[in-house]
Ligand binder design. Structure first.
Ligand code: BGC
Length: 724
């Protein structure tokens, strides 16, 4: 892209108010084609002659801004007339909001100093072949917009009755050009609308609207009012034990929407911020709070474009609700970056959460483009010595890397390759993957293990000592296990790319030997899980047996946290404990996947006991009700219960193994997966005391049903089998 435009910013300090940049121009000839190329420091909304340009909400999206800033290109031919007005409002977005929420006041005030910059270029080609370019430069003006305040955590204030005073000058400045890249990720767009389910008064007299579903997005307000009347809304995920509106778990995020009305009938929705919520409290409403009706509010769900590819259904309504919640968890946390949560003062691209969930994410939706962009940021943010941040974009800039978090560097590209069969992701990330191994090798205390360092451990494991967030699994154990696993993935990726991986093969052997020598016994469920799943145990069956004993001896309960949970059921079912895996999946009492459903969950909780049996909350400060990590159990349902598994030698489901494993407690289960090679369906049901299997596959498949093996060539099959 050849930029003729200059970066502009308002010449006057506007404080929290979002500036609106303006350019008036005329066209005398008939326009053949007009293209707007645009980006900003902040998030922008562009209008041409009153019509919104494109559907991208929160453009230019979130990248590691110091290294990469996306620009977008829109065809705006149809929006131009003879007299034209191009208006662009720039909000703080991820670029200038006080992120993370615990940033020091020094960091926060530095963020405030960043300019609300705009770079835009409108290239017009006329019917007669002549051309014109309208570009940001000194001829533009700026004014205060109706958006009086807009920030990622704190929300938005919009004054519809505000009339901007005279336009002021803009000044050009030395903004970033070297870091500009064309749009790489998916666009964030409005995806669906959720009507209010009900409106009610809480015991302490507040008026609350329930949407019946936790969504990420914003509220559209429709109201008749007089100029100056106000609507003030607060957002929440849950109600407290007494049925009152509860916002403490948002921590410092104010998450408020404040709208000051103009005269008459009006519809407003913010577009420079977003919220995570199920409930809103009406703090102010024209005439009186009691005048508010459910139809005044609609929740608009916003997330990155991604095509739904996976569907799970079965005979158990609670399990179906879990599947739905996993989907909502993904939608709510895939707003350009895979985030931990969409509501409190984090909303960050935590690497651990992303690697835990990525396999499920790739099954539910086509997220190849979404993750390719995020991994591009990871590579850009990676330090020279290979260090990978806890969050990407790396706002925290912590000097340490944690095992199982930074291992997203190897796990995510590999999972994308398996899911979509495209080795481009391995090519583009291979260097980052290798550098990550190099970091561990040079930062460990003991050669061929990863000892020392600061880690998150088996985050939120239930076997955590009192007062700790970290489960009891040894940190050095987890770190060394991931060192081995990541190295094995570098070897696999290197082989796909036909690179020389001899050095890593030697390293892997040494890690394995050191691991087996050092860790001769396993202390926790997660330790057993990792030893088996990563094939580090000299006797995997014995370690899986130990795991089964540990699970049974505490009353058939899981105790795993972020690190052990994704592989727990896989290890059990692979080593002869499928029924025990189902016991855990179908368990309704705490701790389990279904327990939150019995407490009304509509997304996946951060904690197994976000709401305890007696109604108490787990904590005030670390208690999100929309954290997708434990939703990773869906990959076991697709891959084991329904049995659809990609084969490493045939990535992208070019050939599959389908080995369904039914359980008596479900009458039927079905998974559908749209792959790059067609739609695969696998299901089973109980019929006349037999199992009837139905498998549809457009690709070659190795089918294993109740110990019988069948091999199908590529073609289109509907496969039935009935087994007593
Ligand atoms: C986040 C997690 C994250 C963790 C790191 C939390 O605050 O919400 O999901 O992985 O920190 O331990």
């Amino acid at each position: 892209m050849e930029w003729k435009a200059k970066w502009i910013k308002p010449s006057l300090e506007m404080g929290d108010v979002c500036p609106m940049f303006k350019k008036k121009f005329q066209t005398t000839e008939k326009v053949k084609k007009a293209t707007l190329t645009i980006t900003s420091l902040g998030v922008y909304e562009a209008l041409i002659n009153g019509s919104r340009v494109g559907e991208f909400i929160l453009a230019p999206g979130w990248t590691s801004y110091k290294k990469r800033l996306q620009y977008q290109v829109y065809d705006v031919t149809d929006l131009l007339g003879e007299e034209n007005l191009l208006l662009v409002t720039v909000g703080k977005g991820w670029y200038r909001s006080r992120m993370p929420g615990w940033a020091s006041s020094k960091v926060q005030s530095a963020l405030q100093q960043n300019p609300a910059g705009l770079l835009a270029q409108l290239d017009i080609v006329f019917e007669d072949g002549s051309k014109e370019t309208i570009m940001t430069n000194e001829t533009w003006t700026a004014a205060e917009s109706n958006v009086r305040f807009s920030e990622i955590y704190d929300g938005e204030t919009y004054d519809a009755s505000f009339q901007s005073a005279d336009d002021t000058e803009v000044c050009t400045f030395d903004g970033p050009f070297d870091t500009l890249i064309s749009q790489q990720g998916e666009e964030i767009r409005e995806q669906e609308r959720v009507s209010a389910a009900c409106i009610f008064t809480t015991p302490c007299g507040e008026t609350v609207v329930d949407f019946g579903q936790e969504v990420t997005g914003y509220i559209e307000i429709e109201v008749n009012a007089k100029a100056g009347e106000e609507v003030l809304l607060s957002h929440a995920e849950v109600m407290d034990q007494d049925g009152n509106f509860y916002t403490e778990n948002y921590r410092s995020a104010k998450a408020q929407l404040h709208y000051i009305c103009k005269d008459g009938h009006q519809i407003y929705k913010p577009k420079l911020t977003f919220f995570g919520f199920r409930y809103i409290r009406i703090d102010k409403f024209p005439v009186a709070v009691s005048a508010a009706k459910p139809e005044n509010f609609t929740a608009v769900a916003v997330h990155s474009e991604m095509k739904r590819t996976g569907f799970l259904r079965c005979s158990n309504p609670l399990l179906n609700k879990l599947f739905d919640n996993i989907i909502w968890g993904q939608k709510g946390n895939f707003v350009d970056v895979p985030t931990d949560c969409p509501q409190r003062d984090e909303r960050l691209g935590w690497t651990g959460d992303a690697q835990v969930f990525i396999r499920t994410a790739c099954l539910n939706y086509d997220v190849e483009k979404f993750f390719t962009k995020w991994l591009g940021d990871m590579a850009a943010d990676q330090k020279e010595d290979g260090q990978v941040g806890h969050v990407i974009p790396n706002l925290l800039d912590d000097p340490d890397s944690s095992a199982a978090w930074a291992d997203a560097a190897t796990i995510c590209p590999w999972e994308l390759y398996l899911a979509y069969g495209n080795d481009e992701i391995l090519k583009s990330q291979f260097n980052c993957m290798k550098k990550w191994i190099g970091y561990i090798t040079t930062h460990t205390k003991d050669e061929y293990l990863w000892t020392g360092g600061i880690h998150f451990g088996d985050w939120l494991g239930l076997d955590a000592p009192d007062g700790s967030y970290k489960g009891s699994s040894r940190e050095d154990f987890i770190a060394s296990a991931f060192y081995a696993y990541s190295t094995s993935l570098v070897i696999k990726a290197g082989k796909v790319l036909e690179e020389d991986v001899a050095e890593y093969e030697t390293l892997y052997k040494k890690i394995l030997t050191a691991f087996q020598k050092t860790y001769t016994e396993y202390h926790t469920q997660t330790e057993c899980v990792l030893a088996v799943y990563f094939k580090l145990a000299p006797d995997c069956q014995a370690a899986a047996d130990q795991l089964a004993d540990l699970v049974k001896s505490c009353g058939k309960q899981l105790q795993t946290g972020f690190v052990g949970t994704p592989y727990l059921l896989h290890v059990l079912s692979e080593y002869g404990y499928t029924q025990l895996a189902y016991d855990l999946l179908l368990r309704e009492t705490y701790p389990s996947w279904l327990y939150p459903i019995t407490k009304g969950a509509t997304t996946i909780w951060e904690h197994w006991d976000g709401i305890k049996e007696n109604g108490d909350f787990w904590s005030k400060d670390m208690n999100s009700y929309n954290h997708y990590a434990y939703g990773s159990v869906a990959d076991w349902v697709y891959g084991v219960a329904a049995g659809i598994t990609p084969l490493e030698e045939y990535p992208g489901y070019e050939k599959v193994r389908i080995a369904p494993m039914p359980d008596q407690r479900l009458d039927w289960l079905e998974a559908t997966l749209e792959t790059r090679h067609g739609i695969i369906r696998s299901g089973w049901k109980i019929e006349d005391a037999s199992w009837r299997y139905e498998i549809v596959t457009p690709v070659a498949a190795d089918i294993v049903i109740a110990g019988h093996e069948y091999h199908l060539e590529k073609g289109s099959y509907l496969f039935y089998s009935k087994i007593k």
